[in-house]
Each structure stands twice: as structure tokens, then as C-alpha cells.
Ligand binder design. Sequence first.
Ligand code: PMP
Length: 407
Amino acid sequence: MTGTTQDDYTDRYARRVRGMTTSEIRALFAVASRPEVVSLAGGSPYIAALPLDAVGEMLNQLAAEQGAQSLQYGIGQGTVDLRERICEVMALSGISGASPDDVVVTVGGQQALDLLARLFLDPGDVVLAEGPSYVGALGVFQAAQAQVKHVPMDDDGLIPAALEEAIAAVERSGRKAKFLYTIPTFQNPAGVTLTEERREQVLDICERAGLLVVEDDPYGMLSFETEAPRPLRARRREGVFYVSTFSKTFAPGLRVGWILAPHAVREKLVMMSEANVLCPSAFAQGAVTQYLSTMPWQEQIKVYREIYRERRDAMLGALRDLMPPGTSWTHPTGGLFVWATLPEGLDSKAMMPRAIAARVAYVPGTGFYADGTGRSNMRLNFSFSAPERIREGIRRLSGVMEQELAM
Ligand code: PMP
């Protein structure tokens, strides 16, 4: 799909670049964004639901009234105002008493993951992560030349016994895992949520094994039914690094996320971030601060929840009505994704060109594993397309699958 180009620089690249391959998602975006294709591939929030006129006015005001700060360089850690607001946001999820001084504002959750990887990972180190896991995090770990060992999930999230086994297996190989990277709530891509009981078990296991936890929580506020279980960081302060972002609750285009880290580590993270980006965008931080201070952002989250719930229902309904026998899928109670498992013999990666020809796109499961597995899976996004488009997309997809099965 992405035709390979001649690269005369191959021999000159640093070692960490050698394993880098084009992200399947990025390669897909070009094709999937054609209007005739129903894209279930992306992970974009439905920005059209924002009150864009009011946001525009807010941004105008920000430039006119606070331009001297918001168009200037800022400090590496991020503005105090925003860090205070971030602590209020976290308190709503159950992380109480966090100090703004322990928060580092980042360029999206993505930079937060990158900073943590730079801080903790040496080449050859092992990271434990759910299987499947977030493609952007896998890219970060790969760039750090770390090795990802996947821990399986079921409908209740990460399986504690499997985590214990994975830790033991790494130890048997004479190494030690540096941290567990986990998305416990409305996981990307699996759409499952770690239960209350398992949260305690996972934390206990990590504590016993001396394993740090990187908790990535972009979706926790996007629940469709009951509120999501409290984050891991709300249960343990020590050894848990909490990462989140305004990408899914406000706007990914602003690129504002954060890390909540123990104090000593926080200082190192700021130094790393300064070396990396000097400081996060002052204007984007100003925009988020204004949005949180002056606009009904919690109401807006309710709007997102309603829209996504309806779209999730449309997707689950269409899957139930249209998928060939032997297909199974998760039933997310929040977030943006359904994870489907195909009938025996189907290969989501090989099928992709036929799906595109049938004007539907998804992300093959292989992108979410560091070890090349996932061919019998696909990630389906329900946040971006309207319910009737989702149904049409699933109809096209099931048509392609029926054809493959008949081959
Ligand atoms: N973590 C997870 C699990 C995600 O799904 C995403 C975005 N898709 C991110 C981190 C990064 O998001 P951003 O950089 O936009 O904050």
C-alpha cells in the first residue's frame, strides 16, 4: 500500500532506528480518509460535537487578552494554572490530593510515554504490556530498543495470573521487567476494562515483584454506563506513573497531556522534556486552561458519552446482525473501540486490500502486538462515524469476510 522507497541513508541510521517500520495505521489513513470509504480504522474523537464557535471566541480572547504569555515561551514543566486544573480533573476520577508540583505537562499523552521510556528503558530492557496494546506506545518502546512482552487479557482486562507468569518468565530468562504499561480503562484497542478486584491484584503483584506501573488513562471519563473504576494511581501513590491527555475529552489538535509522577522522578522528567521540546506549547496550554475554567467541559463530556454510546450500540447491533458465524467481539462500556476476533482461517492483514476495495477500513490486529501476532483480530472504531455509516461499514466488512470464507 505504501510502496517502498529507495533509502540511501540506511547504513547511517542509529541502531534504534533499525527496527522501525511504517505504522500500519498511518499507512491506512491515506486510503481510509477517502470519502467513499467507511473508516472504522482511526481513533479520532468526534470533534464536530464541540461548540466550535464558542471555542473560536475563546481562542481569540486568549490571544487578545493573554497573548503576552500565551504566545511566549513557557516553563518546561507546564504552566501552574494548567497543572492546578489538571489536579482538579484527576480528583474527579478519584485521584485526590495530587500536587500541581508533581504534574508535568506534555505534548499529548504520546510525549508522556516517550519521556517515561527515555527515563527508564535501556536497550534490551523488558516492558510488560497488555496483548494487544496501544500502537503508539509500542512504537515508543521499540524506539527505546526495549522488548515488549505481552500479557493476555480477557473480558475483565489483564489476567493477574498471566501477569505473574510473565514476570516469572522474564526473571527465569535472567532479566527483569522495568515496568508494566497498562491501559486499565476502556483499553485501546481491546475496549475492555480491568475490574475493581483485579486492579488490587495487579497492583499487589507489581508491588511484590518491584515492578513500576505506567498507567495510561486517556478514556477513563468516557464511560457509557456506570462510572469507570478508579484509576490504579487512585489506589497506590508509590510506583505508579499516571498518564492522561485532553485529546479525548477536549481536542487532540492541541496536543496537551500530562504525567503525574513521584516528586524526584518529576524533576528528571522535566529535564528530559526540556531537552525534547523546551516547553509544551504555551498557547495550547492557555487554551486548555481557559476551556476548563470558562466553558462547561463536563457537560461536553456528557455529550461525547451520549454520542459514543449510541455509536457503540450501532456497532454492536450491526456486528450481531451481520457478522458471519465464528466471529466474536468485545462489548466496551466506554472509550472508542471494539476488538473483533475473526472466524478461523481469516487473516485481517491479508484481507485489508479487499476490504479497502469494498470501501471499508479497519486496523488489522497485528499493529497492536510487538511480536507479529494478531492476524485473526481487528480494531473497529465507533467514535468517528455516524451510526448509519457504522452499520454500512460493518455490512461491507461482513460481505468481504463472507467472500474470504467462501474462497
Ligand atoms: N495512549 C493511548 C492508549 C491512546 O489511545 C492515545 C491516543 N490514541 C494516546 C496515549 C496518545 O494520545 P495523545 O498523544 O493524543 O494525547
